[in-house]
Design a protein around this ligand. Sequence first.
Ligand code: SAH
Length: 214
Amino acid sequence: MNDTYRHKGLRKQLVETIRLKGIRDERVLEAIGKIPRHLFMDSGFIAFSYKDQAFPIGEGQTISQPYTVAFQTQLLEITPHTRVLEIGTGSGYQTAVLLELGASVFTIERQRKLFLKAQENLHMLGYKPQFFYGDGYQGKPSYGPFDRILVTAGAEDVPAALKGQLKVGGIMVIPVGDRNSQKMIRIVRKAKTDFEQSEHGTFAFVPLLKGLED
Ligand code: SAH
């Protein structure tokens, strides 16, 4: 499948929709306007690719809503060459947004099927993150510390291992709550033992699970 003028037109409308919902970072909007979301969707939902909604991608998981992807990315303040650890590759759509902003991305997924599919798809589109199959709860200490950490699944609490892998001056964005709803938490590591936390609205993510598969 390719990227047509119709797709480009639908993407422009999507960008305007999320702009109206409050996304202000022009570089983030530009990335959303550029990435062919229809190439990240499950076949049954392709017709809805440019709706501002989450959709199933198999294995009980979802591709996040574009507004949510943009919102998390905006909170991260990505600049070129930023080293980003992403937990929950899923479809790889959020990974593509980070890469469009010039980040070096290390992305972890615990569902083997999604891990393999995202890898194939992102490579086909020319995106080159470092992929890991594993439990993101533990982070990726051998590749850390990171400038940014992004968790794209709802956590019960902030995993200590992830806080430990954040650089001083670094930012982590993680939805924290129960199965039904989570607060968007942004953490800035001010100093080795000083973490500043702020809250940015309520969201609904699939859960961050411990260990591999189910
Ligand atoms: N950003 C992705 C969101 C996918 S949903 C997208 O837009 O497509 C969240 C993903 O996190 C799921 O694919 C799920 O399998 C994965 N996940 C959940 N717990 C995890 C863990 N402990 N480690 C790694 N990935 C995890």
